[in-house]
Every structure is written in structure tokens, then in C-alpha cells.
Design a protein around this ligand. Structure first.
Ligand code: ADP
Ligand code: AMP
Length: 215
């Protein structure tokens, strides 16, 4: 059986991480979130993580060779699974060419690209109030999706953290990079008839329902 390949795309703060974990669970897909995998390397202070951190702290792309390394090993470890869901990759046309090359090697192809559309005006408030569980990586928002108890993860009961790159200046940089480098991919996939456009400004549950109805 060939694995299905889905990609989540959208600006920082669109809700990709929030949705990715639920969709991957519901559909039993392997989730490949380059942001989470890079942060894991930063936490573990691996050589890759230490190089990546200097880029991530500024809101810049981590060099493609490093990202390629973590993606390739994740695909290889999970070959034969029913599907893969990519969150945060590809991030520009050259990363997309790399993905095509890697998928070809494994006889795979992209099925659909889920574009979560959220206007810039909503992004700053979403990201400055984002909190993340350092253990299970579940994402919260202090107003829209707060934890049940203080600032503790509902599942792990450990204190939630603020990401180092959720600072106003870094957010602005990430958003500008999204428009310059990542958004052109939406047009690229649209031409190929692969885009599923989702209104990301609905509630998280409604966004999830829109996505599940389309894949
Ligand atoms: P991304 O992975 O695209 O950067 P996240 O999933 O981390 O985005 O979400 C960014 C912030 O917005 C988090 O604080 C999250 O709780 C919140 N959020 C996610 N989806 C929604 C939504 N539909 N409505 C309001 N806030 C949301
Ligand atoms: P994210 O968790 O998707 O918001 O990503 C957080 C940060 O990790 C980004 O601002 C980049 O510095 C880095 N990153 C994540 N995915 C990639 C990628 N595909 N290519 C380069 N850098 C990435």
C-alpha cells in the first residue's frame, strides 16, 4: 500500500501545530513537524540543534541540509505507514523540489496540501499568547484555548513554556519571511490542483472538521 502524503501550510500562528497533532491521531498518520523536531534537537543540545538555534531565535530558516537530514531519517523510519503529514515543510520552492526528489526515491507523491488561511492581523495576538507543553508539545492559547489549571499542561501537568521565537520582533520577521518565501508555494500547489483552502479563523474544532471532511 502506498502512503498518503499531506502537507499543512499557512503563516506562523495559523494553527498548523494545533491541527496537525489531532489529524495525525485521528487518521493514524506519521506527523513530521520540522519545527518540533528542530526544537527537540535544540533541547537535547545536539550538534544540529546548536546550529539550528541561532537561526530559529532570529526567525530565519535553518539551512536546508540540516532540515533535509531530519526529514529523510523520519521518512525512512516510517516507510509503509498509511500516511505522512508534514507541518512546516516545505517552506519555499527549493525545499519543495527537495521533497519531490525524496518522495520520488520512495515512490511517493503529494496527495493534498491543506492551506490554513489566517490574516496577518490575527497572528500577533495568537503568537504572543501561545504556550506549549515542553513534554507532549500540545499547544495552548491563554485566551482562546487556555489550560484548565494555571499554566500547566492538561495532560502532563508540567508548567507550560513560551517559545523563544514568540517575541514581537521575531514574529514580524517570521511573518515577512512567510509572505516572501512560503506563500508562493500556495500558488504553486493551486496550479497543480492540490490545495484544500481552509478558513483558519474559525474555532479550532471547526477548523479540524473542515480539514477532516476534505482528506
Ligand atoms: P502554527 O503551528 O501554525 O504556528 P499553532 O497551532 O501553534 O500555529 O497556533 C498558534 C496559536 O494560536 C496557539 O496559541 C493556538 O492555541 C492558537 N490557535 C490555534 N488555532 C486557533 C483557532 N482556530 N482560533 C484561535 N486560536 C487558535
Ligand atoms: P515552526 O515550529 O514551524 O513555527 O518553526 C519554527 C522555526 O524552526 C522557524 O522559524 C525556522 O527557524 C525553523 N524551521 C522549521 N521548519 C523549517 C524548515 N522547513 N526549513 C527551515 N527552517 C525551519
Amino acid at each position: 500500500m502506498t502512503s498518503k502524503i499531506y502537507i499543512l501550510i499557512g503563516p506562523p500562528g495559523a494553527g498548523k501545530g494545533t491541527q496537525a497533532k489531532n489529524i495525525a491521531n485521528t487518521k493514524d498518520f506519521v506527523l513530521i513537524s520540522t519545527g518540533d523536531l528542530l526544537r527537540e534537537n535544540v533541547e537535547k543540545r545536539t550538534e544540529l540543534g546548536q546550529i539550528a538555534k541561532s537561526y530559529m531565535d532570529k526567525g530565519e530558516f535553518v539551512p536546508i541540509e540540516l532540515v533535509a537530514r531530519i526529514i529523510k531519517s523520519n521518512i525512512e523510519q516510517n516507510l509503509g505507514k498509511s500516511g505522512f503529514l508534514f507541518d512546516g515543510f516545505p517552506r519555499d520552492l527549493s525545499q519543495n523540489a527537495l521533497l519531490d526528489e525524496m518522495l520520488k526515491e520512495f515512490n511517493l507523491d503529494v496527495d493534498k496540501v491543506i492551506y490554513i488561511d489566517v490574516k496577518d492581523e490575527a497572528i500577533l495576538e495568537r503568537l504572543t499568547n501561545r504556550r506549549v507543553c515542553p513534554k507532549c508539545k500540545k499547544v495552548y492559547h491563554m485566551k482562546f484555548n487556555p489550560p484548565k489549571k494555571d499554566e500547566l499542561c492538561d495532560d502532563c501537568e508540567v508548567p507550560l513554556i513560551t517559545r523563544d521565537d514568540d517575541k514581537p520582533d521575531v514574529i514580524k520577521n517570521r511573518l515577512a519571511t512567510y509572505h516572501k518565501s512560503t506563500h508562493p508555494l500556495v500558488e504553486h500547489f493551486e496550479k497543480g490542483g492540490k490545495i484544500i483552502r481552509i478558513n483558519g479563523e474559525k474555532s479550532p474544532k471547526e477548523v479540524e472538521n473542515q480539514i477532516i471532511a476534505n482528506i
